[in-house]
Design a protein around this ligand. Structure first.
Ligand code: ATP
Ligand code: MN
Length: 464
């Protein structure tokens, strides 16, 4: 009889016992006495471990000694009902093979209770903790749910470029892509760097957003979404900013700002419901260990309608707040994180969607309102996070868009392809960008964005 490898997750759910099976994984703990050893084995398929019962007399001493926290094992044995407390089933080991030992003197993950800061320094091993196992299983489930949500609703996944030649959006915040010799770059007659000699024959950067290209797709496929990495060279050392983060950007033809809001709300609620249903053990663990209100907060989001207000209303609420803010509250100034959190956490006590921001603080492509002052921007603000989504209805009128591009000093000849979508068969359309890590912060209850992406990229840090 051959022992078939099973995942711990499936074994713990199994109702059949007295089966010969194989499991592989890493030792979390070993305890016991001279007669019997109990090993808690984890293979990453679930936060829960399976108990391996080893009858010491049947194995050589050295092997038993080498089964220490962190060692990797393959176990052939019988799945049986457990006599002990704390688990329903366990495995009586027949054969144990050690793939790799982990020296107790030097393996850093001996006992529980390491700080998140310390675990960031050993990001290559932190996957092996309960916390990071839970976080990255949830991150996976949310990626899957995002694709499912859009696939089920006639949205097409569009791969927009990562290297881009347009710097219309993020002037100053972009990472340059070049293969010029940095010590000796070609120069123009005026002594500037001659990018016509560069790989692409022009200046290129890492993308800050797939939106502009997404719009090109939406004006033919109707509904598209992107889900890819974006890069911002902003020097913001905050718990909510990364230099490399993932963004989901749906773009929908024939959607106005209200359709856009409906989609954003439905999408976020779908994802949170999906997490509550499919990531139960992991969310319960995080609720217990990090954030006692996590599950309550997630349920609250699913069950309540988001508040919808205009920027002008938001300013009025903030002016009446009777609270001292660090940054000024004034019509025409952008909302800062402290303002966003006041609106969400203190005033409305639920997620808030703010629309119709002053044109001067928003991007050139947003649809201009008739008042001549505001644009159809949409920000979705979440408790603990602040801005989680930024979006808008897009300007679809050729002359207005062209006027704005000129007004803002964006070189028109670089935007010719974008403008042409407004020249030929233009349609009203809308979209938004959800910052994936900001969303994972919310779903996991973690408080630093460095803990919800496997390998964070932040100013002065690109280790691993
Ligand atoms: P913020 O004001 O918080 O810096 P932003 O206005 O620059 O955000 P957008 O350009 O609208 O953000 O980007 C869309 C979404 O991407 C944001 O709502 C947020 O969820 C996410 N996001 C933006 N910048 C970052 C970053 N540096 N790291 C992680 N997520 C980010
Ligand atoms: Mn920003």
């Amino acid at each position: 009889m051959k022992y078939k490898r099973n995942f711990v997750k499936d074994l713990l759910k199994s109702s059949k016992v007295d089966l010969d099976i194989n499991v592989k994984g890493w030792v979390r703990t070993k305890r016991g006495n001279k007669q019997v050893a109990f090993v808690a084995l984890n293979d990453g398929s679930t936060i829960n471990n399976i108990q391996i019962v080893i009858d010491v007399a049947n194995f050589n001493e050295e092997l038993i000694r080498d089964i220490t926290t962190g060692a990797s094992l393959s176990v052939n044995g019988k799945l049986v009902k457990s006599m002990g407390k704390g688990q329903n089933i366990e495995i009586l080991a027949n054969e144990v093979e050690i793939y790799g030992t982990a020296d107790p003197e030097t393996y850093p993950l001996q006992k529980k209770g390491h700080t998140l800061e310390f675990l960031r320094e050993i990001a290559h091993l932190r996957f092996r903790t309960n916390t990071f196992g839970a976080i990255f299983r949830i991150r996976h489930a949310m990626s899957f749910a995002i694709h499912k949500y859009f696939n089920d609703r006639n949205f097409y996944y569009l791969h927009t470029p990562i290297v881009t030649g347009s710097d219309a959006e993020g002037a100053g915040e972009m990472f340059r892509v070049t293969n010029l010799d940095m010590m000796n770059p070609p120069k123009t007659d005026e002594g500037k760097i001659d990018y016509s000699k560069d790989f692409f024959g022009k200046e290129t950067n890492l993308t800050v957003s797939g939106q502009l290209e997404g719009e090109l797709g939406a004006t033919a496929l109707s509904n598209i979404y992107t889900f890819g990495p974006t890069f911002r060279a902003e020097n913001s050392n905050t718990p909510r900013h990364l230099a490399e983060f993932w963004m989901i950007e749906p773009e929908m033809a024939f959607y106005d700002i209200h359709d856009n809001m409906d989609l954003a709300e439905d999408f976020l609620k779908f994802l949170i419901s999906y997490a509550l249903e499919n990531c139960k053990d992991d969310i319960e663990f995080l609720n217990k260990m990090y954030d006692k209100e996590l599950i309550e907060r997630l349920n609250f989001i699913v069950e309540n309608k988001f508040e919808r207000i205009s920027y002008t209303e938001a300013i009025e609420v903030l002016e009446k707040a009777g609270q001292k803010f660090e940054f000024p509250v004034k019509w025409g100034y952008d909302l800062q994180s402290e303002h966003e959190r006041y609106l969400v956490e203190k005033h409305y006590k639920k997620p808030v969607m703010v629309t119709d921001y002053p044109a001067i603080i928003k991007a050139f492509y947003m649809k201009q309102n008739d008042d001549g002052k505001t644009v159809r921007a949409l920000d979705v603000l979440f408790p603990r996070i602040g801005e989680i989504i930024g979006g808008s209805q897009r300007e679809e009128i050729y002359d207005k868009l062209k006027g704005k591009i000129n007004e803002m000093g964006i070189p028109e000849e670089e935007m010719w392809w974008y403008l042409e979508t407004r020249k030929f068969g233009t349609v009203p359309h809308s979209g938004f960008g959800l910052g994936f890590e900001r969303f994972i912060l919310f779903v996991t209850g973690m408080s630093n964005i460095r803990d919800v992406i496997p390998f964070p990229r932040t100013p002065k840090n690109a280790e691993f």
